[in-house]
Design a protein around this ligand. Structure first.
Ligand code: GLA
Length: 381
């Protein structure tokens, strides 16, 4: 948890005036992995781990950001669009500020102090939370209101143009629109979405404490492979391919592209079944779909890694677990585990112990709550 009083006090110490404070959450994804950039379906939920931005406007056009989590001051001159692209955490600040302006939101300079309790590079969307919290803060302190979906698209464009990852819209979308106790069912083509009330189940996130370097490069490579597979099948995107189509048309494609396409096509079908299972209260079926998602990501999409597989295997052995799978882009980071609420305490201690014993790595486990999307935070003092 971030101590907001402390954040405010540090800001006042530095800048001599009280800031406004904004918060944007990280996320879990129940199911629908690597489907967003294929125009498919996803079912994420915002969590109670978030990035907070204390902000106040300046008289010039400089955005000066400091972070409790990282070293140094990031200074972005809004009038210097030819500035060298940053390579540190400041790339997200620079990206969001420039994309906001490009899309017609004239900004004031700002002093920002940022604090986050989302672990970085763990697959919980720390970068989307940074983009959305900073974007929302920069717009709000100028009195601008931005449509939620437009803000999500601005965050995604910053990720593409400045973060170097050709991500889909899922992470930024859920960081904006998250709702307490609800998962969001999003059609990434039409951007139609609905909030799905969640039954009484617990979500435990298990961080493997590994991240393989190839993550971003492999992510972009998967995206290209999916686009190539769709083109070979004469479709705009894999969203337009059904399981039946795939069987009929498979002979035209290489083994590798077949596997990539099979993951996306079957994962889209699993998201639809997962929504139906939640709505009908069939938690066992939901768990089976989550397990099947992991196998598909592991063998067909090939974005898992030994640590994620070990974590999933350990989790599935525990009593009360409905389903477990890797989550997010892959190649390290976290798994998501669905379980009956009364088993989570035992689950957490047993899984930590077993993972440590099998890998010699100390994992981190988070008992997450499903929370609201981006908002201004008011401190009652
Ligand atoms: C990352 C991306 C998302 C999505 C997931 C995989 O989190 O930012 O857009 O593609 O990977 O589902």
């Amino acid at each position: 948890m971030i101590d907001l009083e402390l954040l405010k006090a540090r800001f006042i110490d530095k800048h001599g005036l009280a800031p406004r404070i904004f918060r944007a959450p990280g996320r879990v994804n129940l199911i629908g992995e690597h489907t967003d950039y294929n125009d498919g379906f996803v079912l994420p939920a915002a969590i109670d781990m978030a990035t907070y931005v204390a902000a106040s406007p300046r008289e010039d056009r400089i955005v000066a950001a400091a972070s409790v989590n990282f070293e140094g001051i990031v200074s972005v001159d809004l009038d210097d669009r030819d500035a060298l692209p940053r390579t540190d955490w400041g790339k997200y600040i620079q990206g969001v500020a420039f994309v906001l302006e490009t899309r017609g939101n004239r900004l004031l300079g700002a002093d920002l102090l940022i604090a986050s309790d989302i672990p970085f590079g763990a697959g919980l969307s720390s970068s989307a939370a940074l983009e959305i919290s900073v974007g929302f803060a920069l717009a709000s302190i100028c009195g601008n209101t931005i449509d939620g979906m437009e803000l999500a698209k601005i965050g995604q464009a910053a990720e593409h143009e400045y973060g170097g990852v050709m991500s889909g819209i899922m992470d930024q979308f859920v960081s904006v629109h998250g709702q307490e106790g609800r998962a969001l069912f999003l059609d990434c083509r039409s951007l139609d979405w609905s909030a799905i009330p969640l039954p009484d189940i617990a979500f435990v996130v298990c961080h493997t404490k590994t991240r393989h370097n190839l993550a971003d490069g492999e992510y972009n490579k998967r995206r290209t492979e999916c686009e190539n597979a769709a083109a070979m099948l004469g479709k705009t995107s894999l969203r337009d391919v059904s399981v039946d189509d795939l069987e009929k048309m498979e002979s035209q494609m290489s083994e590798l592209l077949k596997k990539r396409a099979r993951h996306v096509v079957t994962e889209n079908a699993r998201v639809l079944s997962a929504v139906a299972s939640i709505n009908s209260g069939d938690l066992r079926r939901l768990g089976e779909l989550i397990n099947a998602s992991h196998e598909s990501l592991r063998y067909d999409f090939e974005v898992s890694c030994p640590e994620l597989d070990t974590m999933v295997e350990i989790a599935r052995r525990q009593p009360g677990v409905l389903g477990a799978r890797m989550m997010g882009g892959g190649f390290g980071g976290c798994t998501i585990n669905l379980m009956l609420p009364n088993t989570r305490g035992e689950f957490m201690s047993k899984v930590s112990r077993a993972y440590r014993a099998e890998t010699s790595i100390e994992p981190e486990l988070y008992d997450v709550r499903i929370a609201a999307g981006v908002e201004e935070v008011f401190i009652n003092k």
